[in-house]
Design a protein around this ligand. Structure first.
Ligand code: UD2
Length: 320
């Protein structure tokens, strides 16, 4: 069910995995502007609609962004554009900082300076901010320990967005996503989400490499639950100047995921093993009681989510 209606919505990174799924969900009843440089996103991810306005642009183009913000007077702004690969931010820390932090602060500044009457700005952060903190489950109040330029920029931008909001009376909220998966996730890079890599291997009968013993666990969260959380947080007035984990609270090992995938697809996956990836954490799962208090309830178990994902991939393949 879509509850945001008759609104003007900006989605930065809207041609990417999470952004395009959000656009699909909101397009029917709203006017959506997407700004995406297509570095990871794809134009074909976007819904085809006259209510969708696409700009192939970098969010670092301050002049363009400020004109856009003033012209459109958005009701909701979803800040989803980012260089999502941790490895990429390690090799290009300054360049990616401009995208992952500066560009987001600039949006806040434009809203402040022009006194734009936005209903909510949502910034998408990541479980990466918890870094190597061994505490489980991870609560929003757990110690943060960012250990990459990616995580540092995510945490700093969270703080900027929330504190800008408090200081200048702009409604804002930040989300920490845990291992999101589902249709439209790009399996292009070796650092793409592991479930997109597994499904790609299954689809193409290619080898999937496990780093380590496969016993590592993650809180895999289906994209539709993420979209529901984003919508809930944008509308709920209590969700203001706060940060929320978005996950399922259930850890699943890679070995278990592989078993479920094989059962669903009826295919056997060819595995190779390599050493554990440097810097990888062993286990991760979230406490999501904070967002549950607002009415969030994850609907997709790992089995249900993987089944949906597999069915969508197959129907896409059949359509060509
Ligand atoms: C996620 C985020 C990352 C950062 C991090 C913070 C994604 C895609 N990545 O990394 O951006 O926020 O959390 O903790 O959401 N694996 C394999 N074979 C492969 C690829 C991965 O065995 O071909 C393993 C990998 O070594 C890891 C697990 O699968 O143990 C999950 O890998 P991932 O890259 O999907 O996600 P993660 O949690 O390392």
């Amino acid at each position: 069910m879509v509850s945001i209606k008759n609104s003007r919505i900006l989605i930065t990174g809207g041609a990417g995995f999470i952004g395009s799924n959000l656009a699909d969900h909101l397009i029917e009843n709203n006017e959506i502007v997407v700004v995406d440089d297509l570095s990871m996103g794809k134009i074909e991810n976007l819904p085809k609609s006259t209510q969708l306005h696409f700009f192939k642009h970098s969010i670092t183009d301050t002049n363009f962004m400020s004109k856009l913000l003033v012209k459109w007077n958005f009701d909701y702004i979803f800040l989803l554009a980012a260089v999502a690969s941790v490895a990429d931010t390690i090799s290009r820390p300054c360049e990616t900082h401009k995208i992952n932090q500066d560009a987001n602060i600039n949006v806040m500044e434009m809203v402040r300076v022009n006194k734009l009457p936005v209903k909510k700005i949502l910034f998408s952060s990541s479980a990466a901010v918890y870094g190597n903190n061994p505490e489980l489950p991870k609560c929003e109040s757990s110690a943060i320990d960012p250990i990459s330029p990616y995580a540092i920029d995510k945490f700093a931008s969270e703080r900027f967005v929330i504190d800008y909001g408090k200081l200048y009376h702009i409604p804002t909220v930040a989300t920490r996503f845990f291992n999101v998966y589902g249709p439209k996730q790009n399996p292009k890079s070796p650092y793409s989400g592991v479930l997109s890599l597994i499904s790609h291997s299954l689809m193409n009968d290619s080898i999937f490499t496990i780093f380590g013993d496969g016993k590592q666990t993650r809180d895999f969260t289906y994209i539709s639950d993420v979209v529901s959380a984003l919508e809930l947080l944008s509308e709920n007035p209590i969700a203001n100047h706060e940060v929320y984990n978005v996950a399922t609270e259930i850890p699943t090992s890679l070995n278990k995921v592989l078993k479920i995938f094989e059962k669903i697809s009826g295919k056997k996956i060819t595995l190779a093993y390599k050493n554990e990836r440097k810097g990888d954490i062993r286990d991760s799962y979230a406490d999501v009681s904070k967002i549950k208090q607002l009415g969030f309830s994850p609907r997709y178990s790992i089995t249900y989510g993987l089944k949906k994902y597999w069915d969508m991939l197959n129907s896409k393949r059949q359509k060509g």
